[in-house]
Every structure is written in C-alpha cells, then in structure tokens.
Design a protein. Structure first.
Length: 84
C-alpha cells in the first residue's frame, strides 16, 4: 500500500473504491458535476488542500477536463497537483 500525505480527489464512488485499494490516504469524491453546486463540499476540499495538499485524479475525458479546470481556479495555488 502506498502512503501519501496529500489527499486524493476523484470523480465518482467507484473511483474512490479503486484508489483506496492501493493508496493509504484520504480519498474524496467530487460527484462529477455536482461539485459545481455544492459550496459546502468545496469548502471541505479547500480546507484539506490547504492543510494536506491535494491530488486531483480525474478521467482524461472532457468531463474530467472541466472539473480539473474548475478546481484549479477554486483551490489555493501551489497546494494541488493534477493527474489524469
């Protein structure tokens, strides 16, 4: 199992299950496009990014691109890494 300090943010619940099988860290879910309307969830994600750092792990499709760009503007610079 790989241990990370940073939390990992993925798109859906199946992604959460898959990532948790190989990584020992906090794994969060965006719920896809629901992230755009859920201000409370964004506050939690922002707080985690500020304290632990965050790896945004999304699909390489159009939806993943839109979610990554939204989070890039909504989260503190220098505290997120993107992977897809």
């Amino acid at each position: 199992m790989i241990k990370l300090r940073e939390a990992i943010l993925v798109e859906g619940r199946y992604d959460v299950n898959t990532v948790r099988q190989v990584v020992d860290t906090v794994v969060l879910e965006t719920g896809g496009f629901r992230i755009f309307n859920n201000k409370d969830q964004l506050k939690v994600i922002r707080r985690i990014a500020e304290t632990r750092g965050l790896i945004v792990l999304t699909d390489s499709d159009g939806a993943g691109f839109v979610i990554r760009n939204y989070l890039k503007g909504a989260l503190p610079q220098g505290r997120i890494k993107q992977a897809y």
